[in-house]
Design a protein around this ligand. Sequence first.
Ligand code: DX5
Ligand code: ZN
Length: 212
Amino acid sequence: MNRRISASILAADFCRLGAELARVSNADLIHFDVMDGHFVPNISFGLPVIEAVSRCTEVPLDVHLMIEQPERYLDAFAAVQPEIITVHYEAVVHLQSTLRRIRELGCKAGVSLNPHTPLEGLRYVLDDLDLILIMTVNPGFGGQQFIPAMLGKIRDCRELISGRPIEIQVDGGVSLENISRLAEAGATNFVAGSAIFQAPDPAAYISQMRSA
Ligand code: DX5
Ligand code: ZN
């Protein structure tokens, strides 16, 4: 599977979002961290921002819902036609039907696991999944430090999916410094916020992430 880079706009300058998007136009995906102040201790942005962004970029959208009861909002987020909608394992009671609904809405279905959440719960929904997001920090804030123990979890995840065409995405503290180790462990899709937007040339940084 080709390596894909998802630029997290949480680290962008929201005063000049249009210009920020232009700086990352070579990304494979634009990543949106939607936070509700309940599932995570932070509040970020919601649908109006994603809608606005969808009108001024050609890059496919990657929506990461860090919210409780995400199933209540699937139709609303799917209306902006993101490529991927990811829900948190810990926030969903009926995971299989939630994933099925995401696909029915025409999007790829992702599940995210907090660092302490075991992979085992995904075993029986692997055929309902397009992407597994291994959180490499505790979700809620950008700019945190990557948790090294997640390398082993990525390896275990690669084994669990045993050849299925499922992307393994990592999110949190990802940079040029650790991307090779993450890729070696089995990750194929890399979310980065701070590292990309703090780089002097974000587009060049994204290219380097792809080839590092
Ligand atoms: C963390 C978010 C991440 C965040 C990553 O809760 O899920 O997507 O934007 O930010 P960095 O790359 O700054 O760690
Ligand atoms: Zn995220």
